[in-house]
Design a binder for this molecule. Structure first.
Ligand code: NAD
Ligand code: GLY
Length: 363
């Protein structure tokens, strides 16, 4: 299945293509049509830019363009960095027909997309995701934003890109741990709504870990197609889109409680998915055998499958109570009835959740 694949996110007059395949950054004929005006600002970071910026710049001949290279890291996904993007757009003389290109992982994509949503009340942007996580999750669907000291992603906007260019060639330089964290989001797609895809992931786990191109392109394309369908049906997360957060309420609490940077987002999601599966079993909604299947697959990928010991379950629960999905002070979680069948559970009993969170006896 190697070669180039194109999917569409069907959002009426805001529909856009997702292109997946090797060598796409250098294939400017593919993405130049998405640039409507004369001004282009590329936003990247000091890890990705030295590797890939030139490939993009080479495709911008004839346009007025500039690059803003920010320091790498989640700590820079801030309003201050957004202000740097605004200053760069101003220096470029960017008008309402300008385009921002986000070249990097989810941090750069969320930040640059947010800045594009704000500049002159909204200009075009193109996602050029360079991590596996960004290719299968954050670059698709238009969630953009920055962090505040009070919490992650608290300020943001829904702002859809004009195109997503997922060049799989760039994944060769992605560190193994980051790559595995991206695989967690791919497993999530099978877990929530596609049992046949989950079967296929079980069959191809080692090939995926080895980054075999055919399997990788297939996994990315399939995951993007699933997410594109969900986003087209529920752009602003009034219902079904919440299923994409399987494992995330648990995972966000773990990330915060361990201290940001200890667990990668995808690692926390892997553990969180298992906690959601355990909770589903404890509530009689799913068989424990499904949890075991999920655990075995995540372990083969090399992802963590247990929360660090000694975390305080009440502290984790308190963090989960702040989750954006909750309604009217009641816990709203994504659970499953087994592989491929996630659902939204309202008013989940906090004591049962605490039992699942309590790993202290396991140490
Ligand atoms: P990241 O952007 O921090 O990238 C991870 C690391 O890999 C960074 O050090 C980066 O510089 C480096 N890197 C990126 N591409 C590389 C490449 N090709 N070769 C070598 N190094 C490379 O992290 P991420 O996991 O991509 O994204 C996490 C962010 O995404 C978080 O801020 C999270 O909140 C956000 N997110 C957003 C959504 C959404 O729907 N908008 C969904 C999931 C996650
Ligand atoms: N990452 C979840 C979503 O885009 O809705």
């Amino acid at each position: 299945m190697s070669g180039r694949h194109t999917l569409d996110v069907a959002l009426g007059d805001r529909a856009y293509p997702i292109h997946v395949g090797p060598g796409l950054l250098a294939a400017s004929a593919l993405w130049r049509p998405a640039l409507r005006g004369r001004h282009v600002l590329i936003v990247s970071n000091d890890t990705v830019a030295p590797l890939y910026l030139e490939r993009v710049v080479a495709g911008l001949e004839g346009l007025r363009h500039a690059a803003l290279v920010l320091p790498d890291g989640e700590v820079h996904k801030t309003l201050d960095s957004a202000a740097r993007v605004f200053a760069a757009l101003a220096a470029l003389g960017a008008t309402r027909d300008a385009t921002v290109i986000a070249l990097g992982g989810g941090v750069i994509g969320d930040l640059a997309g947010f800045a594009a949503a704000c500049w002159m009340r909204g200009i075009d942007f193109i996602q050029m995701p360079t991590t596996l996580l960004a290719m299968v999750d954050s670059s698709v669907g238009g969630k953009t934003g920055v962090n505040l000291p009070a919490g992650k992603n608290l300020v943001g906007a829904f702002h859809q890109p004009r195109a997503v260019i997922a060049d799989t060639t760039v994944l060769v330089t992605l560190p193994a741990r980051e790559y595995r964290a991206g695989l967690a989001e791919i497993v999530k797609i099978g877990a929530i709504g596609d049992a046949a895809f989950f079967d296929w992931l079980e069959a191809r786990a080692e090939a995926l870990v080895a980054r075999e191109e055919d399997d990788l392109v297939r996994a990315i394309t399939h995951s993007c197609a699933h997410k594109a369908g969900v986003v087209a049906r529920d752009e602003t997360e009034q219902g079904e889109r919440a299923l994409l957060n399987f494992g995330h309420s648990f995972g966000h609490a773990l990330e915060a409680e361990c201290g940001y940077g200890v667990l990668l987002h995808g690692e926390a999601v892997a553990i969180g998915m298992l906690q959601a599966a355990n909770l589903s079993a404890a509530l009689g909604q799913a068989a424990a055998a499904d949890t075991k299947r999920l655990q075995a697959l995540l372990a083969r990928i090399g992802l963590p499958t247990a929360a660090p010991p000694h975390l305080d379950p009440d502290a984790l629960l308190a963090r989960m109570a702040l989750d954006k999905k909750n309604r009217a002070g009641r816990l709203r979680l994504i659970l499953w009835r087994g592989v491929g069948n996630a659902f939204i559970a309202e008013g989940v009993d906090a004591d049962t959740v605490r039992t699942v969170l309590d790993t202290r006896s396991a140490s």
